[in-house]
Each structure stands twice: as C-alpha cells, then as structure tokens.
Design a protein around this ligand. Structure first.
Ligand code: NDP
Length: 342
C-alpha cells in the first residue's frame, strides 16, 4: 500500500466520475481542513480540463477509466472517491484497491451483497480502507437525536418511520437503467430509510416484509422499482415502516417514537439544513455542508485510524446491501424474509 500522506496530514483525494454529486463534493472539499482534491478520473476530457483549471490539478494526476490503474505509481494521491453510477462501483473499487489506494465509495456501495462482500474482501486483502459516503453519519442533528435516545430521553423505542423519495425526471438517465443503477428508487433513495432505520433505532433488523407498486411500467422497466413500502422487525420488538419512491416530491421524513417521547426530522437526509425536533421542542445546530464534515472525518479515519460514531466502513455498506437483497426477495415472494447481519 502506498500510504505517503503529506507532512500536514492532509488526505489527498482523486475523484472518479465528475458528475452532479462529485461537483458538490469537490466544492465542499475546498472548506475541508483535512482533505484536499488533488486528482481526477473521468471519461470526459473536457470536464478534466475545466476541473483542472478550477481546482489547480496537475496533468500528472489526471486519468481516464482505461488508464487509472497507473495511479498505483502516483505517490501524491492517497485515496480515490468513486462517484460514478452504482453498477460501476464494484469493479472500480477492486481496481483502486489493487492499485494500493484507499477507497471512498458512494452509496449504494454496490448493487448486491455479493458484490459488496467482494469489495470488502479486496480492500482488506490490499490493506486499504473502504469507506462509504454516508454523510448523514456525521450530521449534528442526527447525532444529537441518537444521543438523546441513548440517554433514555424517549423511553423505550417502539417505532420508526422513514419516508424517502423524489419525482424522477429524464427517463433516459442511468438511475432508470437496471445495469447501471442495480434497481430503482430503493438503490438510490430508499437506502436512506434503510440506513436511517438502523441508526435511528440503534438495532439491526431481523426480518423484513415489503410491497411494490408500479404506476408507470414504461418509465420503470423490469427490475427498476418505482415505489416500495417495507417494514422491519428489530430484536427488541421495535418495528419500522418505510417508503421508497421515485414518484412523489420532497419526501424526506424520519419519525422515531418511544414510551416517553419522540424525535422527528423533516428534511431528514437532504443536503440541509436538516430540521429536527423532539416532543420538547426544536433542535438548533448551525448548518455546515455535510460533505465538508464528512471529508474532514474520513481523513481522520483513513490517516489517523479514528472511528466514526455511526460506522461508515465497507461492512456498514454491505449490511445495507444484504437488507436491499432481502427487500427485493420479500417483494418477489410476498413473504416475510429473515435478515442476518451477524
Ligand atoms: P451523475 O450522473 O451526475 O454523475 C455520474 C458520473 O459518473 C458522470 O458524470 C460520469 O462522469 C461518470 N460515469 C462513468 N461512466 C458512466 C456511465 N456509463 N453513465 C453515466 N455516467 C458515467 O450521477 P450522480 O453524481 O448523481 O451520482 C453518482 C453516484 O453518487 C451514485 O452512486 C449516487 O447514488 C451517488 N450520490 C450520492 C449522494 C449523496 O448524498 N451521498 C447524492 C447524489 C448521488 P465523467 O464524465 O467524469 O466520467
């Protein structure tokens, strides 16, 4: 592994895939104290040129999808942040790991648990870290609600509701292509309700039931889900009820209820500001770009072995993929499906 962080302890990052979310991450990284954008991997030469000018990136740190394995010989790059369509994450992660660089991969980490497991194993074998872009795991309102829950403020937790969705536009985009997306709304936005159910409840689900409805089979082809409702059971008896959809606007709400109180968030996972309140009143944390905080924290995890309060490692990403596989199975069979995350 090439672990030559520069003297200031800054994580030097190359972004792979210069699309919409990468643009947001790159801007946010300008304010990061511990991470810096130093390299680019793209299939579009004109974007490379523009980004080089904006972020002052030298030619020697620019790659395309054919030649990026050569990054192994570049001592000026510590980590690659993969921000490409979901269906490409697996192969790209394996290649980055083989090049001896740390991987930060966007959610969903892959398109099924088998791929996810292979990614975790490949990074372990190569001795590099694998982190997933779960920006909400560092968000102050979220962490405060978890602190209040752990302090017993809400009593015994009994119920969680997670509603996440948006109305998807252009029918030709990769998010509606089974090969590149791995599914539909569940892969893209439903994963926030899955992941949120886990960190809000503070337990891992042991079963799931799920139901699908499709109003536009032309736009949402076979294997591309439009709307799925799903319910989890947790070991303590907590239940959750969640909705994942590409058919409504501004659906972004979490609700956690216990024997003594509740917490509610709306918006709960958007880019912010996040709005959160409990039965005792509103929470008020100043808004900071999620991606700036995420990159600062991830630099600490990668360079200094720090840990995240809610994990962001490959094993965490894999858990969500195991659950997604179970949800699709529950939809297909109409049966309650057991989940084993141990
Ligand atoms: P975009 O379509 O905006 O960008 C994806 C980029 O990937 C493209 O611009 C392109 O960059 C590159 N790419 C490589 N191969 C392909 C291909 N075959 N088809 C399309 N693009 C390709 O997507 P997003 O940025 O919105 O999403 C990228 C990833 O980030 C997804 O996994 C998504 O789930 C995740 N995401 C996470 C968010 C979060 O809040 N954590 C928010 C939004 C997205 P180039 O031309 O440089 O090669």
């Amino acid at each position: 592994m090439n672990n030559s962080a520069n003297k200031a302890g800054t994580l030097r990052v190359a972004i792979m895939g210069l699309g919409g979310y990468a643009t947001r991450v790159a801007k946010a990284m300008l304010d990061s104290k511990n991470a810096k954008l130093v390299g680019l991997i793209s299939g579009t030469p004109s974007k490379i040129k523009d980004w080089q000018a904006t972020y002052n990136i030298p030619d020697k740190n620019c790659y395309n999808y054919e030649n990026f394995d050569a990054i192994k010989d570049n001592p000026d790059i510590d980590a690659v942040y993969i921000i490409t369509p979901n269906g490409l994450h697996h192969d790209q992660t394996l290649r980055v790991a083989a090049a001896g660089k740390h991987v930060i991969c966007e959610k969903p980490m892959a398109i099924n648990a088998k791929e996810g497991k292979e990614m975790v194993d490949a990074c372990d074998k190569a001795g590099v870290k694998l982190l997933v872009g779960y920006r909400m795991h560092f968000e102050p309102n979220t962490l405060e609600i978890i602190r209040l829950r752990d302090s017993g403020e809400f009593g015994e937790i009994k119920f969680f509701q997670g509603l996440t969705g948006f109305r998807i536009g252009d029918p030709t985009q990769w998010r509606l292509d089974k090969e590149l997306a791995g599914g539909g709304a569940m892969m893209d936005i439903g994963i926030y309700s899955i992941n949120g159910a886990r960190y809000m409840v503070g337990e891992e689900p042991i079963w799931v039931t799920a139901q699908e409805t499709k109003t536009d089979p032309v736009k949402f082809k076979e294997g591309v889900d439009e709307t799925i409702t799903f319910q989890f059971g947790f070991p303590s008896g907590v239940i959750s009820s969640c909705l994942s959809t590409y058919s409504t606007s501004n659906l972004d709400k979490f609700f956690l209820n216990g024997t003594k109180g509740f917490a509610e968030m709306q918006p709960s996972t958007g880019y912010g500001p996040i709005k959160a309140w409990t039965n005792k009143g509103p929470l008020s944390f100043p808004h900071v770009a999620h991606q700036t905080v995420q990159m600062d924290k991830m630099a600490g995890i990668i360079l200094n072995g720090e840990s995240a309060q809610i994990p962001v490692d490959g094993k965490e990403g894999l858990k969500d993929l195991i659950i997604i596989d179970a949800i699709y199975k529950a939809v297909k069979t109409g049966k309650k499906v057991k989940i084993d995350l141990t």
